[in-house]
Write a protein that binds this ligand. Structure first.
Ligand SMILES: Cc1cc2nc3c(=O)[nH]c(=O)nc-3n(C[C@H](O)[C@H](O)[C@H](O)COP(=O)(O)O)c2cc1C
Length: 228
């Protein structure tokens, strides 16, 4: 039986993770009778010092599906650390599977899914360093909104596209000699103006700042610059 390892790399621990929700959607499309599925949470792996055990799981993977949020137009630092450490483990180990397929699911706050492309390129490069085959990415724009409003009628088309993208991963896993597949981009179809979306997004940051004991003006501070 082939081993599928599904990796959630959202740094969130207590709040609901959008990346995790997408990963579970993707996992549910994979037939449990044909494949064994194991979930790894990168943040928990670091917090509970479970890295070696998780690396052993990864070393037995036939397929890796990595789901993460876009952070500053690339991947969260925690995922970079995890992949670099796994690469070191991989180069020091024998008995590692040879033909491994890798998929990326990247979601971001901005509505344009294409801005996730650079992060996907980094996963592709990581795959090459592991002698693994990067297959394709699912790039999702407006991820938090998609999850929060997934049952709303205006989101129907985007949710269908998501399901179809995840079933493409499930189908691709089953094929031995797969041809090249382009990454799949999924955005949100707004029932309102983009300007309102950005306004609401901006308000979200201010609410978060207040929760952390900061004021709106603190968001504009540049502590790394002298005399500011
Ligand atoms: C520190 C940080 C940096 C972020 N950087 C970006 C970014 O560059 N572009 C973007 O569109 N969204 C950005 N986001 C939004 C996240 O990608 C988005 O909220 C995502 O759905 C979070 O997924 P998660 O719930 O799995 O952590 C950022 C969020 C945080 C907290």
């Amino acid at each position: 039986m082939k081993n599928i390892v599904l990796i959630n790399a959202s740094p969130k621990i207590n709040e609901q993770s959008v990346s995790k929700e997408f990963l579970e959607m993707a996992g549910s499309q994979i037939d449990s009778d044909l494949f064994s599925k194991t979930f790894i949470d990168v943040r928990k792996s670091f917090l509970t010092h479970n890295l070696t055990e998780d690396f052993q799981t990864l070393a037995k993977a036939d397929v890796m599906i990595i789901s993460f949020p876009l952070y500053y137009f690339c991947m969260p630092g925690m995922l970079t650390r995890f992949l670099v450490d796994y690469h070191n483990y991989y180069t020091a180990s024998e008995n590692i599977k040879n033909h491994v397929k890798v998929y990326a699911i990247v979601n971001c706050g901005f509505p344009e899914p294409e801005i996730n492309l650079e992060a996907v390129r980094v996963i592709k490069s990581f795959s090459q360093h592991l002698n693994a085959e990067f297959r394709f990415g699912v790039l999702i724009g407006g991820g938090p909104m998609m999850v929060a409003t997934k049952k709303a009628p205006f989101m129907k088309k985007s949710v269908q596209k998501l399901k179809s993208a995840f079933s493409s991963i499930a189908a691709d896993i089953q094929h031995e000699n797969s041809t090249t597949i382009d990454s799949i981009c999924i955005g949100v179809d707004f029932p309102f103006s983009r300007r309102l979306y950005y306004f609401m997004g901006g308000k979200g940051w201010i609410t978060l700042a207040r929760k952390n004991g900061l004021k709106k003006k603190d968001l504009y501070k540049k502590p790394y610059r002298l005399n500011e």
